[in-house]
Write a protein of this length. Structure first.
Length: 338
């Protein structure tokens, strides 16, 4: 395997000149740089990533930190799709990606900066963090660039990528209202998720615009879990037979609500219309297929990595990006029966 010394000997220059030419320093003559690169290609030279990081104080590596990563998330593939976008975008910019997980307990024992130093990452993309997680306070104070997914926080070294959760929820409720529904419940996530707050805001806003009175008992806590949503929907529908539609803040919770309705003998959508949020792969395989608000999970990841690498290169003053959502109408919604 060729080394820098081999290139220097073939080019008739010093090892230092070769190193500076290959690492992009601007004090090397362009003609010399091109000749050195040509010789490096001919010799099939492959730089040592560890040695390169020591010389340049850069690892060309970014981290994806996912909170509460577990098997229950495998069903919706949300994190996987986001990670694919991050991986493709970071690769386009010449960065490697590593995945590491955390939770609220781990964050108490190891600081954000310590975790980043141990993993030797230049910057981090965070997904799944809660509004009360310790790391959210730490990233603002840290000099390690960070991009958050679905947490709207900005700072000198902090940015975020999310979708328009308020308007997305409004689209869902407007769709149901246009069909003629007036008794519309909502199964939300949990209070520590900013998207839950935003989607609830959209639900309330659209009800208000349609002059439909808000009923507090119509908002349920499904914790973003399919079994939990099934349980609360089953109990709720027994007590509130007048409800003809449910908006769920995630597709997994919508699948749980569909199962609860079917257990009660309710036909979907004839007796109960259901709308989800996310447009996971399973949404189109449900029976009936699930009407939902589609988020482009891949694009969220891609833009998050692009924003982070831009921050690392000091190329942008932008610290946020809000992507559009789309209403996908399928078979789980229809007009209520008279």
């Amino acid at each position: 395997m060729a080394t820098i010394k081999d290139i220097a000997k073939a080019a008739g220059v010093s090892v230092t000149t070769v190193s500076r030419a290959l690492n992009g320093y601007d004090d090397v003559n362009e003609k010399t740089r091109n000749r050195i690169k040509s010789i490096a290609d001919e010799l099939k030279y492959s730089p040592n990533a560890v040695a390169r990081s020591l010389v340049m104080s850069k690892t060309k590596t970014i981290g994806l930190l996912v909170s509460e990563l577990n098997r229950s998330g495998a069903k919706d593939m949300f994190t996987f799709e986001v990670m694919c976008g991050i991986n493709d975008s970071s690769s386009d910019e010449g960065y490697d990606l590593i995945l590491f997980s955390t939770n609220s307990v781990k964050q108490q024992s190891k600081s954000y900066s310590q975790l980043c130093r141990e993993r030797q990452v230049e910057g981090v993309i965070m997904q799944g963090v809660k509004t009360d997680d310790p790391y959210l306070e730490e990233v603002i104070e840290s000099n390690i660039p960070c991009v958050l997914i679905d947490v709207e926080l900005e700072g000198d070294n902090v940015g975020y990528v999310t979708t328009d959760n308020v308007f997305g929820a409004q689209m869902a409720i407007k769709h149901l209202i246009n069909l003629g529904h007036k008794h519309i419940a909502m199964i939300n996530g949990h209070d520590q998720a900013l998207v839950s707050q935003r989607r609830l805001s959209g639900y309330l806003k659209e009800l208000d615009e349609a002059s439909i009175p808000f009923r507090e008992e119509y908002v349920l806590n499904g914790e973003f879990l399919e079994p939990k949503a099934e349980t609360v929907a089953y109990e709720f529908l027994q007590k509130n037979p007048e409800v003809t539609a449910i908006f769920c803040a995630s597709d997994l919770m919508a699948l749980g609500a569909m199962r609860a309705a079917q257990r009660l003998g309710k036909r979907i959508p004839n007796d109960l219309s259901i709308v989800g949020f996310d447009d996971i792969t399973l949404a189109q395989y449900a029976n009936p297929q699930l009407t939902t608000i589609a988020q482009d999970k891949y694009q969220m990841g891609y833009e998050a990595a692009r924003l982070l690498t831009a921050m690392l290169h000091k190329k942008t003053l932008q610290r946020k990006m809000i992507l559009d959502n789309q209403l996908i109408v399928r078979g789980s919604t229809t007009a209520p029966r008279n």
